[in-house]
Design a protein around this ligand. Sequence first.
Ligand SMILES: Nc1ncnc2c1ncn2[C@@H]1O[C@H](COP(=O)(O)OP(=O)(O)OP(=O)(O)O)[C@@H](O)[C@H]1O
Ligand SMILES: [Mg+2]
Length: 580
Amino acid sequence: MLKTIQKFFAFCGEDNRRKFHASVLLGVLQAVFQALRIPAIACMVRALLSGAVTGRDILMSFAIMLVSIAGAGIAKAKATMLQCEAGYGTCANKRVEIAEHMRYLPMGYFNENSLGQITSVTTNVMENLENVATRVVMLVCEGLLTTTLIIVMLLFFDVRIALVLTVGFAAFLLANRFLQKAAGSMAGRKIEADERLVEKVLEYLQGMAEVKAYHLSGQKSRELNDAIAANVKVNTDMELTLIPRMNAQNLVAKLTGVCMVAFSCAYYCAGTMDTLTAVVMVISAFIVNASLETAGNYSALLRVVDMSVDRASEILKTPQMDITGEEIEPENRDICANELEFSYDKRRILDGITLRVPERTTTAIVGPSGGGKTTLVNLLARFWDADSGEVTLGGRNVKDYDMDSLMKNYSFVFQNVYLFHDTIANNIRFGQPEAGMDEVIAAAKKACCHDFISAMPGGYDTVIGEGGASLSGGEKQRISIARVILKDPKILILDEATSALDSISESSIQDALEHMMQGRTSIVIAHRLTTILKADSILVVKDGVIAEQGTHDELLAKNGVYRELYETQFRKVIEMETEH
Ligand SMILES: Nc1ncnc2c1ncn2[C@@H]1O[C@H](COP(=O)(O)OP(=O)(O)OP(=O)(O)O)[C@@H](O)[C@H]1O
Ligand SMILES: [Mg+2]
């Protein structure tokens, strides 16, 4: 129990930890104020026993009670405020820290961990920490400290009753150990079930079109229902396992109170305890019982807190791609790769690739599907690190750069464009947040998307659905091109869309792309014949190596892989283009 509390405080960070500590102390202070009820009542009891209740007695008792209520109220308000500040502060900091940390994780991390798992940590787990952990840790700490404080106080009144309470407290901690043990095995299952539920909900929503198209709504919703049912079962099991143990623990707390009262009565009857002390003992027994019961009930959730802290820390401990690099302004934008080798898990994808892309030239990468083209450009931009070999930008290894100064040079247009749930204007100024509206419009015009944006009811202020759900594929692509034009990077990496677009958007995208590539170092995974023909150099990637390299005419003359690819892949395109 103490270990978890310590772990939670260590997780919170210096500033918030201080606030939590202050909040716990205020909680104890609140208990002290509450305990003032004892002298207030004692005052009246003494007066009643003496047979002559004076106005002074009543006033005294009233004054103490007033101090008790006001003090406890103020301490509680302040403690709650600090606790909320520290709780939300911790989680806000951790969310930012996790997001920052993830920026520097190798893409392999996202391969190994499902989106559901990661989402669950950043939502469920953090919510657990925000709402549950804060309350649980505070109440448990307060309960334990209050009981300890009462033991110390009782030592001054009657050592015998202090001893009874100490034995009861020890028995309570023992019962709590059993509870914690059972909770430990359940907490892992609970967090896993929560993760699986998030994963299934995400999968169901993201794949909604496929689910409908393939009439899978029954099967997919069955999977989702199963995940929901499993989640309910785990939560129910957890309650059913913990309730008997919690009851046993509460019984110990109650028995402790009962023993305190019984012993006090016995000593009073035997004449070894005066009336006043007996009354104080009885009231203390009630306070102890209440604080132990609260601490005990909430402590069942400590294991969830423990696991939540572990889950969040796990992400933060995942080694980042070494970000020890410096801020470097490359001398030029030549990109070179030397003997690159790379495997996903154990599957070799790139098997010794050496290439050179001179500054301000366009290199087209072609090759059969699955040949490793996307993988290669991912290595060139350091989304992944190669297993061996090196990539250089401007003569310096990409690992020498810090992530930000490296990424500043690149822009990407991916096959699948992702747009954020925000206005079109903000999506365009994503890489250049301070850009003015006129710059955004100029970029949109160059990317051939000004017309369709203006035709929208909200124009540039139209809010796009998450992922760009409310736009067509071609529109999304043109917006992503406008984004790149506005960022004005020196290097452009482009994975051309293979999806068939209508000829109007096809040609406007082509215009936009050509505009974008002017004067930049461009690496294009090319599917369009026009792009390939205009490239300064063509690399044919096949089976993890560069099978051929040269200009279109040189490669055709070789009569090799390129020619074969050209004839199979582009015959239709050539026919269509000659028809136009
Ligand atoms: N994240 C990944 N994890 C594991 N394997 C992957 C991953 N991405 C790609 N692969 C595998 O690596 C191989 C090369 O993939 P890559 O995406 O580089 O091919 P490509 O040449 O770009 O194909 P395409 O023309 O179809 O886009 C494929 O066999 C693919 O299954
Ligand atoms: Mg690809």
